[in-house]
Design a protein around this ligand. Structure first.
Ligand code: ADP
Ligand code: MG
Length: 493
């Protein structure tokens, strides 16, 4: 593969070595479990967490004479994903056998796609803090997962659980377009968001539904690609970042020492925070790929693809652009809201017919802040979109001040209820009655003649008076009215 480089070297990303700058080059191979009730070539269930070997059909156990039958839903999911990655969809693709022996692979081969994958080139756009990075997707292919060997259940025996055997995976391969661990983390985060929006993979990395093989090499800026190492099966976005940082420095140290990098497969040990060798290129398997004679080439029509395209949901990039354009949100707030479809939907529910910036502020800072703190999610939130909207309406109509609104949020959070009714019942309404506010203002001015004199010299002291009046009114006085009255009475322009 000749790669025309899509990136120009950026000194901000260089890693300083003992003898000068280095650039890190990263490409990712992500295995994403297809969301589907049944496996890729059998009707067995894909449900997570079942007793070992309870989701296994005769096909998954590779009983002699059993034949694979393609699951159309998995094909549709791969196409949807390809469309979401703005990729080439191949109307004809081929399933191959990838041959190797392992106790958790009863067939003795994995059915995968090699020369002709279902999805070709696409791209993922990353919004980094001060630039947009377009990462090329090389391909996406469908393949079966293997079973799982369990070595830690018994001192002298190993067990095999075939529940995962035959589950559909999408392998999504990026071009070597990433240039820092931050970009690599952003890539995985963005891919995960896209897959979750599409509903084609749940992205649960802790359940193994998304695993990343991270390819890392280093080079002097401006030079051709260096030899890469592949770090297998990293199962969290944070670990991907740590593994890259460690691996890049390891390679730099070797090269600066006059050594050379062996192309090898490595593992990341999250406890020690380091990568270590698993096997070298010499030990690499020769998989003897060949087209699976039990399966016909996979073919479908452009109409079929168009039909799936017509039903795709709005994707995160489009949603973000719409939130910025239509609601006037900052790109940062829009990013926070579109990170999960449920949060974007929640925000739109709150913002409907209201001040959208105020709504975004309340959703992100008050609600999300509180949910994070309590370890809750929107699904388990004690405050609904309707309740939050109710609080915002009370602020907007000047019924309550922003400060009282926070108290009200607290009450609704712990006790529930309709915000307007709570305000009514607890007498939390803002006092806009000028007479009542004036009485308090007069009292405070009379009690502090020296401060009044000071404030005439130094108008910023007005804030102290505002604070006193607000305190005396238990936060219920309308701050604007307080401000105006104080200025007039003390004699500040
Ligand atoms: P293979 O199929 O042998 O693993 P590929 O050429 O398909 O090799 O590449 C696999 C992954 O490695 C891709 O994600 C690609 O972007 C990445 N990659 C290729 N060359 C390099 C390199 N020099 N440095 C870092 N990553 C690389
Ligand atoms: Mg590979």
């Amino acid at each position: 593969m000749t790669i025309v480089e899509a990136r120009t070297p950026d000194p901000k990303k260089f890693i300083k070595g003992a003898t000068g700058d280095w650039e890190v080059v990263i490409g990712m191979e992500v295995h994403a479990q297809v969301t589907s009730a049944a496996k890729l070539f059998s009707g067995a269930s894909t449900e997570f967490g079942k007793d070992p070997n309870s989701n296994v059909s005769l096909v998954d156990a590779a009983m002699p004479g059993m034949l694979p039958v393609i699951n159309e839903e998995c094909v549709a999911q791969a196409i949807r994903t390809g469309l979401g990655l703005k990729a080439q969809i191949n109307l004809k693709s081929v399933f191959d056998r990838k041959n190797y022996f392992y106790p958790d692979l009863p067939q003795g081969y994995q059915i995968s796609q090699f020369k002709q994958p279902i999805v070709g080139e696409g791209k993922i756009v990353l919004d980094m803090p001060d630039e947009q990075v377009v990462v090329g997707v090389e391909r996406l292919h469908l393949e079966q997962d293997a079973g799982k060997s369990l070595h830690d259940q018994h001192p002298t025996m190993s067990f095999v659980d075939l529940n995962r055997s035959g589950v559909a995976l999408m392998e999504i391969v990026s071009k070597p377009d990433l240039r820092s661990s931050d970009e690599a983390k952003a890539y995985l985060t963005k891919l995960r968001i896209i897959l979750r929006y599409l509903g084609t993979c749940d992205g649960n990395m802790d359940q193994g539904s998304m695993r990343a093989d991270v390819n890392v090499s280093v080079r002097r800026p401006g030079e051709g690609f260096g030899t890469r190492c592949e770090i297998k099966n990293v199962n969290s976005i944070r670990f991907v970042g740590q593994a890259i940082e460690y691996e890049a420095r390891r390679q730099i140290a070797i090269l600066e020492d006059g050594g050379s990098i062996d192309q090898e497969t490595r593992l990341y040990d999250a406890v020690k925070g380091e990568t270590r060798s698993m096997r070298s290129k010499e030990e690499a398997h020769d998989y003897r790929y060949f087209p699976d004679p039990d399966l016909l080439p996979l073919e479908f029509t452009q109409d079929y693809v168009d039909e799936l395209a017509a039903h795709l949901p709005e994707l995160p990039d489009d949603k973000k652009a719409r939130f910025v354009a239509d609601y006037g949100l900052t790109p940062y707030d829009a990013d926070v809201l579109v990170a999960e479809k449920v949060s974007a939907d929640f925000f739109e529910h709150v913002a409907k017919g209201r001040d959208a910036k105020l709504a975004a502020n309340w959703v992100i800072n008050e609600l999300f802040g509180r949910l994070n703190k309590e370890g809750l999610t929107l699904e388990t939130s004690p405050v609904s979109a309707a309740q939050l909207g109710g609080i915002i309406d009370l602020i907007k109509s000047d019924t309550i001040s922003g400060k009282i609104a926070k108290d009200l949020f607290e009450i609704v959070w712990t006790e529930g209820g309709d915000p307007a009714a709570v305000v009514e019942a607890r007498g939390m309404k803002q006092v806009t009655d000028l007479g009542a506010i004036e009485a308090v203002v007069d009292e405070i001015i009379a009690a502090n003649p020296d401060k009044v004199a000071q404030a005439r010299e130094k108008p910023t002291l007005l804030g102290w008076f505002v604070g006193q009046v607000m305190k005396a009114s238990q936060g219920k006085a309308n701050p604007q009215a307080v401000n105006d009255l104080l200025k007039a009475k003390i004699g500040i322009e």
